[in-house]
Design a protein around this ligand. Structure first.
Ligand code: NI
Length: 132
């Protein structure tokens, strides 16, 4: 599956943005608040790589806990699919668990996303890329 972006958990999204810009990254869009997942999100690019910053809040305890335990770090890889439901079903048959069902991602132009997990792979995200 084609990689769409790498999700990076950060303690402070503005500081992280400044530090990554020092490393040659370009801010793709301003920070937005995802009211469904209760997190702050922004995207940065570095050549062909797209990095998503996620800053959890007190209302996103799972991610806050992960951040507290491990510090700022990449924690998911997002893959493109042209049919989210089919990909979810096919990965579930291969032993992946659905940890966050299909939802709209405001930071990705309201594309549909879902999160799955497999003990060998960790957390993955799927994003449905429609024909545009
Ligand atoms: Ni993501």
């Amino acid at each position: 599956m084609k990689i769409h972006h790498i999700g990076y958990l950060v303690e402070d999204i503005n500081t992280a943005t400044e530090e990554f810009q020092e490393l040659g990254y370009t801010l793709k869009n301003q920070v937005i608040y995802d009211n469904t997942r209760k997190i702050y999100i922004s995207f940065l690019t570095n050549n062909n790589y797209l990095i998503e910053f996620i800053q959890p809040t007190e209302e996103s305890p799972g991610l806050s806990k992960m951040l507290k335990k491990n510090g700022s770090m990449p924690y998911h890889i997002c893959y493109e699919t042209d049919n989210l439901e089919n990909s979810i079903q096919s990965l579930q048959k291969k032993g992946y668990f659905l940890i966050q069902p299909c939802a709209i991602a405001p930071a990705l132009n309201n594309k549909k996303v879902a999160f799955l997990m497999n003990t060998s792979v960790g957390i993955i995200e799927l994003v449905e890329i429609g024909k545009e």
